[in-house]
Design a protein around this ligand. Sequence first.
Ligand SMILES: [Mg+2]
Length: 179
Amino acid sequence: MAAAYPGQARAVQILQDAPRPPQLIVFDLDYTLWPFWCEMYTVNDTPSLYPESRGILEACRELNIPMAIASRTPTPKVAKAFMNKLGLSGMFESVQLIPASSGYDHHSAQKDTDHLPAIHRETNIPYTEMIFFDDEFPNISKVARLSVTSVLVSLGMSVDILQTGLKQHAANGKSQRRQ
Ligand SMILES: [Mg+2]
């Protein structure tokens, strides 16, 4: 039997059972896929993921559900190095590591004006068919305005959060059809 990562089998089941499967899943990095701000580290450090992150990513890959990354990290070099070390490079249709011009300021490189539009341009997938996971409420509320199903991650990515996102995505589909 093929080795599976924690949560992978359940994630596959949940994705297969989803009434409205997404065409793309977009993940933030810091405090969404991994439990730290990568700016606190250097490219020489050894990163790790939240316990169920890899199982979720592998489940999406198993089911051919495209994925993307949207991060405002001020240290995209560290993010890229960590993705390489974790074997995540090549798993994503689009990787947007776009820092704000000065730290986490609120005037530049927002996820709704920069990251998600870049992902949309690269993949041609409509916003309404995407699910976006992020741990910061301002990102969630902004990206939700693009009609992306946007889900707040409070304690790291988990299969339970994935399930919440899929339910929300199905509900959003219903309300879009009513409009
Ligand atoms: Mg984050």
